[in-house]
Write a protein that binds this ligand. Structure first.
Ligand SMILES: Cc1ncc(COP(=O)(O)O)c(C=O)c1O
Length: 375
């Protein structure tokens, strides 16, 4: 017998997370040649102030990071006007999703989530030997909150609300979410994933942080990976009442967020002009794409994020391949549970224009009866 034979069966059959980087491309090729519109990163990068802060930190690489993220949590607590101990920082908000499931889910327990939604939820539940209960989106491509309530059983431990939802970009509005939270029994943890919240334009529709911290069973997630442009540093945070944060902290490893990530996030938070500008540019790109898509007869889901789902009459894997052959990386809807759709990140204007011109070519060649994948 080999070591592989002794590895737990559940681990052997866990699905692998597939990132937005095609496996056939190296990071070097990606940087030089490709327009990456597959992972909802900020195409305008991060604040200019960050490189100096990171550079200054390089002399201290031999020292362990602050395991409590003290300065970052202080900065976040001022920024959101909440207490220091209502915040937990993670190695990306991904890690806080792991903590929440680890804290709540035993083998056989159930976790309710929308379908499709962020794929990571299901993967994490499977790792804990829990069961994902997936509730189809409604006809507006938004969470079907009534159905989610219907699915609650004695085994339900966690409910994920992804708002704006990845991949559809739809927002669960404040009123509906407030009523929903009131209906969920208070022993079930509700995780509101707001990874794209800074892009939301309907600000009066956002569930407030004040409400989150008043609830016993609500955890709100935010990240520095999206509008702040720090995906590679891996830093995100959770906000909840103190008792919940204290429990999540027990699951957290001692030095889970590295020192550069902590410094970078602090600097990013203090440059709100960069956030404002990124949002404005995202709006410009979004309305350019809407206009072009409408002009050329493509259906799309209006988005509150920095990505758009576009419906095609063609298999999305073949569109993905055609885009890749033309130097553009997008997400095929097949991987996201929406075949015949693609998800595209709103990019810089030049990139949006190139994307539209290739999309038109693809549509044209399908209408002419051919779809040459190698083009
Ligand atoms: C909805 C949603 N939540 C969380 C994350 C994870 O973000 P992070 O980089 O903070 O781990 C993503 C990343 O794509 C996401 O789309």
């Amino acid at each position: 017998m080999k070591i592989i034979d002794y590895i737990k069966q559940d681990i052997k059959y866990l699905p692998l997370y597939q990132s937005g980087k095609p496996s056939e491309l190296s990071m070097e090729e990606l940087k030089v040649d490709f327009i990456k519109l597959s992972s909802n990163e900020n195409p305008f990068g991060s604040s200019k102030t960050i490189s100096k802060v990171l550079y200054d930190s390089l002399t201290n690489l031999h020292v362990y990071p602050d395991g409590s993220c003290t300065l970052l949590k202080q900065t976040l607590s001022k920024f959101h006007n909440i207490d220091y101990d209502q915040i937990i920082v993670g190695n990306g908000s991904d890690e806080i999703i792991d903590f929440a499931i680890q804290m709540m889910v035993q083998p056989g327990d159930e976790v309710i989530m929308a379908n499709p939604s962020f794929i990571k939820y299901d993967l994490t539940v499977k790792k804990s030997e829990g069961k994902s209960v997936k509730v189809s989106l409604n006809d507006q491509y938004n969470h079907d909150l009534d159905q989610m309530i219907q699915k609650i059983t004695d085994k339900t431990k966690v409910i994920f609300i992804c708002s704006p939802n990845n991949p559809t970009g739809t927002l669960v509005n404040n009123e509906d979410l407030s009523k929903f939270i009131e209906r969920v029994p208070s022993h079930i943890l509700i995780v509101i994933d707001g990874a794209y919240y800074e892009y939301v334009t309907n600000l009066d529709q956002l569930y407030s942080i004040n409400h989150v911290i008043q609830k016993d069973n609500v955890l709100l997630l935010r990240t520095f990976s999206k509008i702040y442009g720090l995906a590679s540093l891996r830093v995100g945070y959770g906000i909840a009442n103190k008792a919940l944060i204290a429990m999540l902290d027990r699951v957290r490893g001692p030095f889970n967020v590295n020192a550069l990530a902590q410094k970078g996030a602090e600097a990013a938070l203090s440059d709100q002009n960069h956030v404002k500008r990124s949002k404005e540019l995202n709006e410009l790109g979004k309305h350019y794409l809407y206009k072009q898509l409408e002009e050329y007869g493509f259906s799309y889901i209006p988005t509150e994020g920095n990505f758009i789902m576009i419906q095609l009459d063609i298999d999305s894997d073949s569109v993905y391949k055609r885009m890749l052959a033309n130097g553009i990386i997008i997400r095929s809807g097949n991987k996201l549970g929406m075949p015949n759709w693609i998800r595209v990140t709103i990019g810089k204007m030049d990139d949006n224009e190139k994307f539209i011109s290739i999309l038109k070519q693809i549509k044209g060649s399908v209408e002419d009866g051919g779809c040459n994948e190698s083009e």
